[in-house]
Ligand binder design. Sequence first.
Ligand code: GLP
Length: 260
Amino acid sequence: MKVRRFPSDSLATVYVAAVVEELMSRDPHPVLGLATGSTPVNLYRQLVDFHRQGLSFSHVTTVNLDEYVGLPADHPQSYRQFMFDHLFSQIDIPLANTHMPNGMTLDLEAECDRYDAILETHPIDLQILGIGRNGHIGFNEPDISLKTRTHVIELTEDTIRANARFFDDASQVPTRAITMGIQSILQAKEIVLMAFGRDKAEAVKRSLSGEVSTDVPASFLQMHPNVTFVLDEEAAGHLEGGGAVGLPHWPLSSGANGRP
Ligand code: GLP
């Protein structure tokens, strides 16, 4: 796996936005796998800026990682609303090209099958990921086994607590979500995981240099041939040689794909 380490999250974000733009300019029908959470908010802001400067998203398809179960699509904290507010409403992507699991359906099993069928017909070119403090990706939580395909998951206490900041209180955070499975994530041609802040440092370290383990779902990324962890100094703080904020580590390593 490659690690790109930046002095700040804003520089890291510009790098990821450039990776997205590069894919969009070379691929006539790119499929972007998108994530929610606070980490990619500035990435979406940057992409909206690129759009205002002339970058069109009319040829892009998106598939999102996950959605809460039980929140209406227009609930302020649903991931559908999040994506609409932060990105889709501000660019020229046809909404019909934007795919999310539907957490409001009565038949969740059928919804998982529907989403897997979408993923099969829209293979992901570039998957953007954040990471939970417990090493979850999408909503693939640490467990004794991990599911490969789209499934319903019970959120861990840690994730509910972490996500409570977006709700009035923890009791309002849904306890279940629909998420793409680990195998679907690993089927993306390229994966960029973004992690910022000291809260993520341990999960980043365990994902990159620990054993591949269902205790740390992001460690499964070690099995993918084209993954880049894009980190700020704090998130890189527990890595070998990490921790010293402001030292000129940028870039720590150059990508095998020839990016500077
Ligand atoms: C949620 C999302 C993940 C995200 C994680 C981290 O649980 N399902 O996709 O990576 O939170 O969120 P944040 O970026 O806010 O730390």
